[in-house]
Design a protein around this ligand. Structure first.
Ligand SMILES: O=C(O)CCC(=O)C(=O)O
Length: 293
């Protein structure tokens, strides 16, 4: 698994949450899906349906659940998320912080696509791109219900433009790929998580998911982490809705970007250099090639 991780720069199907924890998250989600939730002003973004109206499909997409529901707050600090994240990113002296969280929920039969994209294409208001995404399945995911898919090796690609602002135009990314990238795209793979499992991916990794035509919902919560030291890269308003306006160059921090984990002084985190570097990194410790045997 570690050998594959180094080459592809994603790490899929890691067991993390118990059936009881998943049950709690689903119960919390039922509350969060109420557009009139009493704490609704705390969402950074809330779309009960972000899919284009003409598609006849539905994608619930929202940022900020952790500020509204205790269980979504607590999951951010789960060692099963934070420890591998620090190993994968290289945490820097100040550890790893929350960038933001997200919910992606597809109802039965009419669940919408999430168009192919790189996360970094959207995150231009911070720099450098030292981020990591953790996709947590609340339902078993398969091709039929709109599972997460990756394009292996795409973490080495430059940042591509956003081709579908609201994720509705599934294959629009093909319009900006060169021939080599199109050949890689043909090798895209379904991740096939089971409920409670997590998949970790690099911010340049191209990913997306097809519609949910099955009889059951496909629900996921996503944690986007940032290496401490990332800075604000805009002087045109807040980095997110509901965030204070900060000066260009301000370090990421404050109550909206809490530290999720730190490596104590003098301890070698054992991970590769920051995942923002779109190059093959020489892994150390448990991520080294020869550690697999
Ligand atoms: O839920 C999906 O299908 C896509 C979610 C996503 O973009 C992500 O996990 O980064």
């Amino acid at each position: 698994m570690f050998r594959e991780t180094r080459r592809r720069r994603y790490l899929d199907a890691v067991d993390c949450f118990s059936p009881e924890q998943v049950k709690r998250l689903k119960a919390g989600l039922t509350e969060l899906m109420d557009p009139e939730h009493p704490r609704k002003e705390l969402w950074h973004e809330y779309h009960s349906n972000e899919a284009p109206a003409e598609s006849g499909t539905v994608l619930m997409h929202a940022l900020g659940a952790w500020r509204i529901h205790q269980d979504y707050h607590d999951l951010l600090f789960h060692p099963g998320l934070v420890v591998p994240a620090m190993q994968l990113m290289g945490p820097g002296p100040g550890g790893v912080r929350l960038l933001h969280d997200q919910l992606f929920c597809k109802p039965p039969r009419e669940g919408a696509v999430v168009a192919w994209h790189q996360d970094l294409s959207y995150w231009t208001r911070w720099t450098p791109g030292a981020f990591l995404t953790l996709h947590i399945a609340m339902d078993d995911q398969a091709v039929e219900n709109g599972a997460l898919h990756y394009v292996p090796g795409s973490h080495r690609w430059d940042v591509l433009p956003v081709t579908s602002q609201h994720f509705g135009d599934m294959d629009s990314i093909l319009g900006v790929l060169d021939d080599g990238q199109k050949a890689a795209f043909a090798e895209r793979r379904c991740v096939s998580l089971t409920a409670g499992q997590v998949s970790f991916h690099h911010p340049n990794t191209v990913h997306g998911s097809y519609g949910n035509g099955s009889d059951a919902p496909r629900r996921a919560t996503v944690v986007n982490m940032a290496r401490d030291g990332v800075r604000v890269n805009t002087d045109k308003g807040p980095t997110m809705q509901g965030a204070p306006v900060e000066p260009f160059g301000a370090p990421i921090g404050g109550p909206l970007h809490p530290v999720l984990g730190v490596v104590p002084d003098g301890v070698d985190a054992g991970g590769p250099p920051p995942c923002s570097e779109p190059v093959e990194c020489v892994a150390t410790g448990p991520w080294a090639l020869d550690a697999e045997a």
